[in-house]
Design a protein around this ligand. Structure first.
Ligand code: ZN
Length: 144
């Protein structure tokens, strides 16, 4: 069953992230500082190293991939919702190396910024709260 709700855009934060910050942790810290409960995130830039995950649908476990080298952020796309009443950033990222090869996955802590320009679109509407979904083993939006 597909479920959805109407949300409205309220404002957009745009910024430049500090050198050598942890990309996911800093996005989460901004959301906490600004009281953002609901939103979308986009970013481009470059990282010094990356740590991303792939969710195995059979075992319900993440396989993590460490990329300990400079990479371009071709695109980061994510959302902000609530997990245990705190903002949780769920983001996926596409990265490219010096030969243009691409890598991508679920963004994990340990991805370190070289330079990053980001936008957080703050939405208004009913809270989206994450809860464990038995079918997938993931903390999905509980929207029944
Ligand atoms: Zn994910």
């Amino acid at each position: 069953m597909t479920v959805y709700r109407a949300m409205s855009a309220s404002r957009v934060l745009m910024g430049r992230m500090g050198h050598e910050l942890d990309l996911l942790k800093e996005l989460t810290a901004i959301c906490e500082k600004e009281g953002i409960r609901l939103g979308w995130i986009r970013a481009i830039g470059a990282v010094k190293r990356a740590y991303i995950g792939f969710y195995d649908q059979g075992t319900h476990q993440y396989h993590n991939l460490e990329l300990p080298r400079p990479l371009e952020i071709l695109q980061l796309l994510g959302n902000v919702s609530l997990l245990e009443n705190r903002p949780m950033v769920h983001a996926h990222i596409t990265l490219a190396d010096s030969d243009g090869r691409t890598y991508g996955g679920h963004l994990l802590p340990g991805t370190i910024v070289f330079a990053c320009e980001f936008a957080i679109e703050i939405l208004e509407g009913p809270d989206l709260v994450r809860a464990l979904d038995r079918e997938t083993g993931l903390p999905l939006w509980s929207m029944a």
